[in-house]
Design a protein around this ligand. Sequence first.
Ligand code: DLL
Length: 431
Amino acid sequence: MKYKVEYLEPDDLKKLQLDRLREVSMHLYNNVAYYREAFNNLGMKPSDINSLDDLGNLPLTDKETLRTYYPFGMFSVPMSLVREIHGSSGTTGKPTVVAYTENDIKVWSEVMARSIACTGGTYQDIIQNAYGYGLFTGGLGVHYGALELGAAIVPMSSGGSKRQLQLMQDFKTTILTCTPSYSLYLAEFAESMNIDPKKTTLKIGILGAEPWSDGMRREIEEIWNIKAYDIYGLSEIIGPGVAVECEGQHGLHIWADHFLPEVINPETGKPVAEGEDGMLVITTLTKEATPFLRYATKDIVSMTYEKCPACGRTSPRISRIKGRTDDMLIIRGINVFPSQIESVLLEIEETEPHYQLVVSREGALDELEVQVEVNEKFFSDEIRTLEALGKRIKQEIENVLSIAVKVKLVEPRTITRSEGKAKRVIDKRNI
Ligand code: DLL
């Protein structure tokens, strides 16, 4: 199924976005005190928005804004029109709360159906959905999309690996949806049960909700013998289904008819040039219950407006998420993104793609320890060989980060597995 809107000429897309931006701004001005104040402070009315650039004058909204107005202060419709409420836990304090009207759920179903279709999924597929069902948006988002597409959905939710594998074989699942780290764990679990993951009927993985790298994609594609696609989203914007890769795996198509993207320098707030890294900021153009203008995702990406050479869609494409402005570790004054370390580790044949970064402070000095699992075959080798491997990994990471790190090689299957988002960083510093 082709959605014409994904192939609009750039000027037509802009016009659609501008019309929708004016409409949603008006709705927010009339119904949400926070936004009315923001417009008043600028001496501006939504009707003064004449081009998409005018948006840049408005302040950013972020998780803190949502926490300040917890639980329902950012809702822009009466509760009688709300059909579903979700939240994301975050690491501290109150969850951020978002709501959906009936139409919001229709939009969510549409963008998720488009996302599944973009990876090559059709109504003929059997989708095993191992994202968690609950307040987390992963489970229900994929569920609604599959219904809209007409595919068969198996609502497994996360965990229960033995059952996941049993049903995957019995039902002849063709698409697996879960976090990338869980897909690896499940493959490993299959092997421990003498099931060859390559021999299942699975052909596609639609994986996201946490950072991963191309190296990790290669591991997943190889171990399952599937194509693995990156899907991006966040509860504040709608859930999964904001952006997804097409079969060309050339960046993630952002559904810009519903989500207007900007990429800005997080320090200056100014837009960065096309192709440069910055923070992704999204304005929801069609949400009714909790629309946000200029939501600061904290996710770092680059963006291109070039027509996709693989599929011809004209919707802008974002890169993989390269890190989060708030996940960035500052170690002895140097900015370190976990993804940089992951890329190094995945190039090393003797290690498994399971790792954890432990940051501590010895006296005044920050220490970064990289713990990584060595694969079974290699772990039985001589101590000397292992030491040499440790040194090599240390050297390669230090070349990339320009700071000294410790490397600890650990036995296979000793790093805690997660059924949802993996916890890669343990920061023991009290700062
Ligand atoms: O993780 C929604 C989702 C569910 C996306 C299932 C994809 C699949 P939140 O729990 O609100 O929502 O977390 C949003 O997760 O700001 C990113 O930092 C991170 N994230 C989501 N997708 C990706 C991805 C869901 N593909 C936060 N790559 C976002 C890297 C991702 N990070």
